[in-house]
Ligand binder design. Structure first.
Ligand SMILES: [Zn+2]
Length: 92
């Protein structure tokens, strides 16, 4: 299902929990556990940049070179495991 309003990569992956609970909407992450049926939206999220859409935001937060390398690898794993191949092709 494609949401034309979402300009983000649409990835869903585990961030706060061990199951996929983070969703990228317009480049920012929302907590899928905070879905509100009545509102038709998420009540929590929107502050954390998506690591696929904004990898630099995550890498800039790293304090050591080692942490940077680990974060880079983590982003690659996310792309390969949860990324939308069509979106990734268009944005690389
Ligand atoms: Zn994204």
């Amino acid at each position: 299902m494609e949401n034309s309003e979402n300009k983000g990569c649409n990835i869903e992956f585990p961030l706060w929990a061990i199951y996929p609970d983070a969703k990228c909407i317009n480049g920012y992450l929302y907590d899928m556990d905070s879905w509100d049926e009545e509102l038709g939206g998420f009540t929590s999220g929107g502050d954390e940049p998506c690591p696929i859409c904004h990898p630099e935001a995550w890498l800039d937060n790293c304090e050591t070179e080692e942490e940077r390398e680990r974060t880079k690898k983590w982003i690659e794993i996310l792309k390969n495991t949860y990324g939308n191949p069509k979106w990734l092709l268009k944005h690389q």
